[in-house]
Ligand binder design. Structure first.
Ligand SMILES: *Cc1c(COP(=O)(O)O)cnc(C)c1O
Length: 393
């Protein structure tokens, strides 16, 4: 008999009842160190007092109004995002995959309105993840995401990760845009080299096509810059942001330049919930903390500390781990012989939460405000998990 919850997830047998900062408390009382943060969502940890205050203050005033009216919290958050980024304008969604839907629509409408309606094709990279909607799975293209869901939304092409020669060769007079995650998340924590991201921007400029960046996982301070592309010193035309931006409240945003967004006039797009007062009150509070230089400096310092400790862990367990990779507090442990899922499961036994990714990688995406002591404790627990896994290979 089918469970009452549609069984699309292989769930671990863990039931968390509360959270405090970097900790999650299981129904049986065990305290888990959370290096998953709900997959890069809880950027300020669990039950952060600043976010609880922003949420409850807004909840007592007004939860939801339609986008048929002015929403001051939405306006304030849009102004913050525009002020802190390349973007001139923002549309709010409730999730990452909805950002993909709009990014695709925006790119196609751009060319339609420029009198080149043939330009509909969007080129992405193998190993990508852009969400589970029809545009999201077509944009990513991987068989794991698309099999059985055809006919897929047409107009997508794919090249190997960082194969810029292949990318250049696949640009035609029908190309509208390129879509890239500056750091692939689900694909196994694969950062694109800064030089390659720069070259990608140049290729798009030369061809006169749009560059869409999917920063749903790597954005909002995760890599130690507010947005990951800042490391390479280049900017996109359209950017997808979600996960961390709501700190746990469902919120996403598409940021764009005035030119890229020029086709999206009144009536061309919408969302019932997108950018409602409750979501934007929380998003505003997240931005106020995360966009501060001092906060990002701390993310970078902690990232260095965690990475150094993980290098030690890899060196001590070459039978379990091959290498550490990633950027900032978006780190991956590439597993040697054992399956990453076995390492994640051993983590559960030792009360530390990590997340599996493709390419046999264990993902570490802790709250950005994790403390030094918690980093040490987390790596101690990972050490125990590694020892446990090693004893079984
Ligand atoms: C999670 C993710 C998405 C999809 O976000 P949802 O909120 O699950 O729809 C899209 N792109 C990237 C890079 C992601 O990590």
């Amino acid at each position: 008999m089918i469970p009452s919850v549609l069984p699309t997830y292989n769930r671990a047998d863990l039931t968390f009842e509360s959270g405090e900062g970097s900790w999650m408390i299981e129904a049986d009382g065990r305290r888990f160190l959370d290096l998953g943060a709900g997959i890069a969502v809880n950027v300020l940890g669990h039950a952060n007092p600043v976010l609880v205050e922003a949420l409850t203050a807004q909840a007592n005033k007004l939860w939801h109004v339609s986008n048929l009216y002015n929403i001051t919290q939405q306006q304030a958050l849009a102004d913050k995002l525009v002020g802190a980024s390349f973007a001139d304008t923002v549309f709010f969604t409730n999730s990452g995959t909805e950002c993909c839907e709009l990014a695709v629509k925006m790119a196609r409408k751009y060319w339609h309105d420029k009198g080149q309606p043939n330009r509909v094709e969007i080129i992405g990279f193998h190993g990508a993840f852009h969400g589970r909607s029809s545009a999201g799975i077509a944009a990513a293209g991987g068989e794991k995401l698309t099999k059985g869901f055809g006919p897929l939304l047409p107009g997508f092409a794919h090249v190997d990760w960082e194969d810029l020669k292949a990318l250049e060769a696949s640009i035609t007079e029908n190309t509208a845009a390129v879509i890239v995650e500056p750091v692939q998340g689900e694909g196994g924590i694969r950062p694109m080299e800064d030089a390659d991201l720069k070259a990608l921007r140049e290729i798009c400029d030369e061809a006169g096509i749009l560059l869409i960046m999917d920063e749903v996982q790597c954005g909002v301070g995760r890599t130690g810059k507010l947005f990951a592309h800042e490391w390479a010193g280049v900017t996109p035309d359209i950017m997808m942001v979600a996960k961390g931006i709501g700190g746990g409240f469902p919120l996403g945003a598409v940021l764009a330049t005035e030119d890229a967004a020029s086709g999206m006039v009144a009536g061309t797009h919408g969302s019932t919930y997108g950018g409602n007062p409750l979501a934007c009150a929380v998003g505003g509070a997240v931005m106020d903390v995360v966009a501060e230089d001092a906060f990002l400096a701390e993310v970078n310092r902690k990232a260095g500390l965690l990475r150094q400790k993980l290098e030690g862990l890899v060196a001590a367990h070459p039978d379990v781990f091959e290498s550490v990779r990633g950027s900032g507090l978006m780190l991956g442990l590439k597993c040697a012989k054992p399956a990453c899922t076995d390492v994640v499961a051993a983590g559960y036994d030792n009360e530390v939460i990590t997340v599996p990714a493709a390419d046999n990688v264990v993902r570490l995406l802790p709250p950005l405000n994790i403390s030094d002591d918690e980093i040490s404790e987390a790596v101690d627990r990972l050490e125990k998990a590694a020892t446990q896994v090693a004893s079984k290979v």
